[in-house]
Ligand binder design. Structure first.
Ligand SMILES: [Zn+2]
Length: 95
């Protein structure tokens, strides 16, 4: 199930309307956990988080990292954590 990904597309429309603003990869990493939480609640309204989301969508390394984090958050929510081995495989695959 990839509910959060469907939501991402909805937010892209919103983001397209927001003004271009530079967010660094560092800043992106700092706020990504908060952004995922907001996405999972389907409630991304803070300008700051929208800027981060915009960066994630535009920046390849960050989007790959974000994907892994999002999977982790989803598994956490569903309480379906894989073994450590499976998790490392996932991280390796995303590189
Ligand atoms: Zn980045």
């Amino acid at each position: 199930m990839r509910v959060t990904h469907i939501k991402l597309e909805t937010f892209m429309v919103k983001i397209a309307r927001t003004r271009e603003q530079e967010v660094s990869c560092d800043e992106c990493a700092k706020h990504s956990a908060r952004l995922i939480e907001a996405l999972m609640q389907g409630n991304v309204q803070e300008k700051e988080l929208l800027d981060i989301l915009h960066h994630v969508l535009m920046c390849m390394p960050c989007s790959q990292e974000f994907e892994v984090l999002q999977d982790c958050a989803r598994m956490d929510a569903e309480d379906s954590w894989p073994s450590l081995d499976e998790m490392w495989k996932k991280i390796e695959q995303s590189k």
